[in-house]
Design a protein around this ligand. Structure first.
Ligand SMILES: [Cu+2]
Length: 284
């Protein structure tokens, strides 16, 4: 019984650690985050694969080099060979790198093609970068709003505010109105900017996309885990560049639909909402 309880506790802890590692980057985290989307996980695995290929190449090349330096040193009576070309060696050191590059290019291209395919999205959100805030527009839904740095962080960042930034939760990573998306749904983003170049980046989603005035860039995501995912503008866009965070809240479909209906009701023209309100006769 005690052992079972221990096992349950261990599994729970492992789950907790793995979900926290899967979501937002942690302070002092050294590696990339695996993220919460299939593309972000593809990117993460690609990164690990290429890292280990590079480690293996490093070990083989430096191993051979140090072995040769040690084994064939002058004090041991080694005599340098006189040949200048070896066709077999040249073929081997051309063919092997080509094979390694192909082995890297194949999964990388597959991931890029997948990331580029914005077709069959159920929802499209237009993102516009401004100095220094973001605008989100749910296309065809008549819902749009601005998202700026949260007031608590904005006050703490002012010179001489006297507020300790450490006392502000999610300092510079919180906004007044987050982008809300449904889970389990392919969401397409069309991204542009109004003034200078910005870049929309939430590490957990696995990609950055430039927001360039006059251009429309595309990206997509499908988040399966409800949660709050944070990011920042990833382009040096002006003096307040560090103060335009991004927050994405992924809600289960039903909750998202309710949220969207609420936003639409709030945006509806006053006449449609107040239709049943008694009409006050004009004062004479
Ligand atoms: Cu920016």
């Amino acid at each position: 019984m005690k052992r079972q309880l221990g096992q349950i506790a261990c599994t729970g802890l492992a789950l907790l650690v793995s979900t926290s590692l899967m979501a937002n980057p942690e302070p002092w985290q050294l590696n990339m985050t695996p993220g919460v989307t299939s593309t972000s996980q593809d990117v993460y695995h690609l990164h690990m694969l290429i890292l280990w290929i590079c480690v293996a190449i490093g070990v083989v090349v430096f191993g051979a080099m140090f072995y040769a330096m040690f084994k064939f040193r002058k004090s041991q009576g080694a005599v340098a060979a006189k040949f200048s070309h070896n066709t077999t060696a040249e073929i081997i050191w051309t063919v092997i790198p080509v094979l390694i590059l192909l082995g890297m290019a194949w999964p990388a291209t597959k991931t890029l093609v997948k990331m580029d395919d914005t077709g069959n999205a159920e929802l499209t959100v237009k993102i516009t970068g401004y100095q220094w805030k973001w605008r989100y527009e749910y296309l065809g839904e008549d819902v749009k709003f601005m998202s700026s740095l949260a007031r608590a962080a904005d006050e703490a960042r002012q010179v001489g505010s006297g507020i300790d930034p450490n006392s502000v939760e999610n300092y510079l990573l919180d906004v007044d109105r987050p982008l809300v998306i449904p889970t389990g749904t392919k969401v397409r983003f069309v991204i542009t900017a109004d003034d200078v170049i910005h870049a929309w980046w939430v590490p957990s989603l696995g990609w950055k996309q430039d927001a360039i005035p006059g251009f429309i860039n595309e990206a997509w995501t499908q988040v399966d885990e409800p949660g709050v995912y944070r990011g920042q503008c990833a382009e040096l866009c002006g003096k307040d560049h560090g103060f335009m965070p991004i927050v994405v809240v992924a809600k289960p479909r039903a909750e998202f639909d309710a949220w969207l209906a609420e936003q639409k009701a709030a945006n509806a023209p006053a006449g449609t909402v107040a239709q049943s309100a008694p009409v006050t006769p004009p004062a004479i």
